[in-house]
Design a protein around this ligand. Sequence first.
Ligand SMILES: [Zn+2]
Ligand SMILES: [Zn+2]
Length: 764
Amino acid sequence: MEKYNHKKIEKKWQEKWDKDKPHKAEDFSKKEKSYLLIEFPYPSGDGLHVGHPRPYIGMDVIARKRRAEGKNVLYPIGWDAFGLPTENFALKTGVHPKEVTKKNTDIFRKQIKSLGISFDWSREINTTDPEYYKWTQWIFLQLFKKGLAYKASVAVNWCLSCKIGLANEEVVDGKCERCGGETEKRQKEQWMLAITKYADRLDKDLDDVDYSEPIKIQQRNWIGKSEGAEIDFDIKNSDRKIKIFTTRADTLFGSTYMVLAPEHELVQELKSQITNFNEAEKYINDTKKKTEIERTAEGKEKTGVELKGVTAINPANKEEIPVFIADYVMVEYGTGAIMAVPAHDQRDFEFAKKFNLPIVEADLVDMDEVIEKVKGKKTIKYKLRDWVFSRQRYWGEPIPIIHCDECGPVAVPEEHLPVELPDIKDYKPTDSGESPLSKAKSWVNVKCPKCGKMGKRETDVMPNWAGSSWYYLRYADPNNDKALADAKNLKYWTPVDWYNGGMEHTTLHLLYSRFWHKFLYDIKVVPTPEPYQKRTSHGLILAEGGEKMSKSKGNVVNPDEIVETFGADTLRTYEMFMGPFDQVIAWSTNNMVGVRRFLEKIWRLQRKIGDGSDVILDGTIKKVTDDIEAMKFNTAVSTMMILVNELEKTKEISKNTYEKLLILLAPFAPHIAEELWDKIGNSDSILSEVWPKYDSKKTITDKAEIAVQVDGKVRATIPVSIDDDEDSVKEKALSNENVKKWTDGKNINKVLYVKGKIISIVTG
Ligand SMILES: [Zn+2]
Ligand SMILES: [Zn+2]
């Protein structure tokens, strides 16, 4: 028998798959469609590390299994290639971002292909391809025409090192999400997308999709729907009022002070009344340097300044209460002012403690009534804010707008799309924050499409979230030049049946793409109100020892080396076996070697094919089948390991048993499965084999492990099938070796079986 030579085998089958294209999805096939999606990669210069393919392999296992079950599977891949890392790398090396992108995607493609993932490569897309971003721009124009894309002056988070405005979502712990650098707030004219108009539906429609619960919770928290009331507080000796929003109008009697956000316009308007305005002004300036996270973090020591000379009146009990400015109140949330109820709110409590303010336990009153009494207005507010959509950088989709002195911002006519990103030499970002594209004078200066006078192109580009907000639609019809995809293709393929991705994208990409999709649904471009029927997430892979893999720490495990030394099948199977798929786990080369041995055992089993009788595999088949669909890949693999160990003990095994094992193995380790399938005399590819069926009467589920008690003490557990009758379960219990130790030489007085739970043996 030849030795297991993964290099030879993997190369052979990858070449065959490349040629025969067995993973190609078929438009309009009569088979049931199954659209499986992973988050398309950003092709960075570092190439893949072993953490990247974990989600691709997981979904590949599902894709391969579902094809074997007779489904028409669409499992596509592409490149989310606009964005900062490429641009920064290009700036550092002097190689144009276009070149960098091409080089990086070539490396990624080669690496992914070396893992034998069954993507339909014929549908490969790239967000930086003008034929692709033509449609990203087209969607922007539809948003613009419906008034959902607009320009506004907003305070943006400015990253001092990237020299770029960031969306709130891109600032993590006060630092730039990309480079970890300091950020500050700057007032800038920006293109905005009115995602808040969809806040209600983005929240409500989560009821209709099958997302994992943590994902739903994160989305809901981000959207932050709260039902409450707006109530006006009078200001003593002033005709102005402080409008607050509260979800707890019932605690109104407990309000002992008020807080305005430092940026609240009333602070300036009441200037003449505030006797310590200098102190207040200093506090306002200090606040400007802080990020939202720094201001609102839980447990942070509360700061603030009382506006002396300003007194508000609690409308419920007419008591006079002091007014503060404090940075824990954000001007963008609610009305930018709060009634503080220290007895019922933790942050108000901390603040009141620090400033020695009264903490009054209020008698809770009926909300309806009290809102009416103080002439309040019931209202719903959202934490979600409109999406800052422009970036003052080079490597992104140009925003297809021409500014005209006469006509204002004018849409580029659709027939002129795409507005191609001009090839310029100097694409460095500027300190002033002006986009590098503004230096391309001949590109910038164009005629206004409306009046014909000279106008200027918009020089900001889109954020890298743009191309990924609709890419799953393009896979349905990737070469269409008349529409983003043909309506018939969209009707056949969408919604995506199953989308797996990173938990970190729940509040960014996932929310943005749901918003675009809903908009496209409203303008009748897509046939369903939601893009993804099901969403799950995977855990990261850490370096050996539990740290995050990073180049600087030198602990990155490169998949190329693993594939070279141990093989793609070992890497794939190990990544599925290493632990629960949705949990973070550390890499272990040792454990991977164990998986390699498992594959070697299967390789050697081919020698044993003979006249052995068929092993009853129903339990194994059921477990592997169910576990794959539940993304419990680790237990699916261990089930096969148990079977292989059993088969090793037997003298001969039947060809039928071995074949079934190979079919179950194929989604995890497709190359070795193909090779062995071929070796034992099959002329067709294992890919055309049907997924094995099982007889549920003969299956033993993992859940039905029951305890066996002897005289009140648990002495063993035994597996039982739901369908086992009472006598056979009792017999199984009594013949168990551990049980026998405690019953040997004794009289069995009684054997009790509580179905599916416990067996109790009484001796005496
Ligand atoms: Zn940065
Ligand atoms: Zn004009």
